[in-house]
Design a protein around this ligand. Sequence first.
Ligand code: NI
Length: 167
Amino acid sequence: MALLPILRYPDPRLHTRAAPVLKVDDSIRKLVADMAETMYEAPGIGLAATQVNVHQRVVVIDVSEDNSALLALVNPEIISRSGEQVCEEGCLSVPGIYDKVTRAEQVRVRALNQKGETFELDAEGLLAVCIQHELDHLDGKVFVEYLSKLKQTRIKDKLAKKARITA
Ligand code: NI
C-alpha cells in the first residue's frame, strides 16, 4: 500500500469529471487499498479518487469511530434520495475549512464492490452526507461550491496564503 498525495482546492484538477470503471481488477483493488490508507492517515472519513488525481469513479468511506467499517464504492450512483439535513462539512482537499451544507437526509446508492458485484445500500445521517459529498467529487464538485461566492473567494485567499507559508 502507499500514501497518495491529495490535491488541494482550488487545484483545477479537482473539477475533472471522473470516468466509469470498466473492469474491477487488481489495479482498482490496489487503488482502493491506497485510498483507504491515505484517508485513515489524513485522517478523514471519505476520499474520492478525484482527490488523489485519479479520474475514475471510485470512493472510500469509513464513518466508524475505530476505522472498522471501510466502504468502497465503484461506479456509485444515488438512485433515490429523501428528506433534508444540514451538516457542517469539511474536506481533505480544503484543509481547515468547515461550513454548513444542506443535503438529502437519506439516500439509496447502487455501486460495485471490490469483486465487481453490484450492491445497494441505504444510508442516512452522516453516512448519507459523506456519500453525497464524495460522489460530488467524482463529478468535479467541491463542497465549497455550495457556499456563497464571497465565502468561496475568502476560502481561496486563505488557502493560497497557507500554501505560500508552507511552501
Ligand atoms: Ni471532500
